[in-house]
Design a protein around this ligand. Sequence first.
Ligand code: PLP
Length: 233
Amino acid sequence: MSTTPLSLILSRLQQLAAATGRPAAQLLAVSKTQPAASVAALAAQGQRAFGENYVQEALAKIAELADLSLEWHLIGHLQSNKAELAASHFDWVHSVDRDKLVDALARYRPAAATPLNVLIQVNIDDEHSKHGCTPSQVMPLAARIAAQPRLRLRGLMAIPAAHEDPQLSLPAFQAMAALQRQLQASYPQADTLSMGMSADYPQAVSAGATLVRVGSALFGARPGKTAPAPAHN
Ligand SMILES: *Cc1c(COP(=O)(O)O)cnc(C)c1O
């Protein structure tokens, strides 16, 4: 069997699972800025779940690859005016951080679709520049989500501050794991903790991540990484 970035990361996740005694974390392939052909190539190797940051960019890929029945996760900040598109085309939204967004996603999730899987994004390092709610806002937001039949509360997501040494992210990852245990005590369906990226996913998994979001380690450096941020989110 040839080794690919995908097979290497999957075997690393297996090793980490053996070391922690927990089930292997799920791998979300972050395909932002990657062309549909790159997504199709990874899908041909068996990868099903893909993460996108920008609604507009994702819609084109979702349409182009509709035949592959992939699972699409929105992991970027979501403006309320894009909630209808997100609720109609994604399977998961990781970036729910305010009441207004909960209400909009619930309102627009099509009745014919399965409930939208929702994660609450927590700004665990309290960085002014980042999105996400505060830890104290998690339980009220969870109650609002759980009351919506068109939404399914699945857990928490975080993007802790990046550090040169990934070990320095451990306290933030551990704080998220503690929050998720609290949440799951009230909402057993909240079984997902989304955290860890290419540079720090082993640390995230050792702290309790159940889903890691990996882009550059899978696809290589992003094309257009030095280009200005897309105008549409
Ligand atoms: C881009 C991105 C990732 C993946 O980052 P890599 O460093 O390329 O693995 C994960 N999560 C979010 C929210 C992202 O925006």
